[in-house]
Design a protein around this ligand. Structure first.
Ligand code: BTN
Length: 261
């Protein structure tokens, strides 16, 4: 075990300190590597961390721009079935990032339902929660949380296509900053919230969710609707009021938010 691994293991709390660790400079996608490892054989917990991804994936099959100097991480664990409300895992992961950045670096980030990490109007990171099912039995083999954070702006700035909406957490890295420690702090915050403190994590998410109170446009089954975002449900859904004053729960995965306040 090298020094970096030892340091991360010392920081990780509870069962995560025993996780399989895979630390790299550059990978294809930490979520893809974690899925491959899970499909290869029994595991309990695993953590992949990289500074660059060549094939980073975002929601809805989009690419996730992952230049060198960011933090790209996936942590995965074995669970026999999905939680009753799987969408809650993304919510709690976002709250964990929020807590880790605030407590350790004094940085406040906002959250955009459901998986965007924001500073003001700029997206500084995203979360992709996935599960791996056994093809035959449809049993859950593992649950994965993938988190990508733009720590600082890449040299030369963000590519033209995303320049107006992408941002970074820091303008320059804090002294002695170590992205592996941030990864460990995020996992510790998540494991403090899940399982057991889902309500606390949800309340924190609500407090930092910039979607709430805003007019949004969403697409469901090919149709576009306008609504006002009111709250986050206990299941992680976005509760909205449509133009006729009727309340609806928008479920993660079922709708695409087109314009977020
Ligand atoms: C999104 O904003 O749509 C979600 C982005 C999730 C990116 C992270 S980076 C680490 C992990 N590996 C991936 O390929 N994706 C996730």
């Amino acid at each position: 075990m090298n020094e970096k691994e030892k340091k991360l293991r010392r920081l990780l709390k509870g069962p995560w300190s025993e996780a399989e660790l895979y630390l790299s400079e550059s990978v294809s996608s930490t979520n893809d590597l974690a899925k491959k490892r899970i499909s290869e054989g029994p595991f309990d917990r695993l953590i992949y961390i990289a500074k660059e991804q060549k094939k980073g994936r975002g929601r809805q099959g989009r690419n996730f721009y992952s230049p060198s100097g960011g933090l790209y991480m996936t942590f995965a664990w074995k669970e026999d079935s999905l939680p009753a409300y799987p969408g809650i895992l993304t919510i709690l992961s976002a709250s964990a990032v929020q807590l880790a950045l605030k407590k350790n670096y004094g940085k406040t980030i906002d959250l955009r339902w459901v998986n965007d990490l924001q500073i003001g109007q700029k997206k500084v990171g995203g979360i992709l929660t996935e599960s791996l099912l056994d093809g035959l039995s449809a049993k859950v083999q593992g649950i994965l949380v993938g988190i990508g954070i733009n720590l600082i702006e890449p040299p030369g700035g963000f590519p033209e296509e995303i320049r107006d909406r992408a941002g970074a957490v820091f303008s320059s890295l804090p002294e002695n900053f170590d992205s592996l420690s941030l990864a460990g702090q995020i996992i510790n915050e998540f494991s403090n919230l899940y399982p057991g403190k889902e309500k606390e994590g949800l309340d924190l998410y609500r407090a930092h969710c910039q979607t709430l109170g805003k007019e949004i446009y969403y697409k469901r089954k090919g149709k576009i609707f306008r609504a006002r975002a009111l709250d986050i449900g206990e299941d992680g859904s976005l509760i909205v009021e449509d133009q006729n004053g009727k309340k609806k729960n928008l479920l993660f995965g079922e709708v695409e938010i087109l314009k977020k306040g």
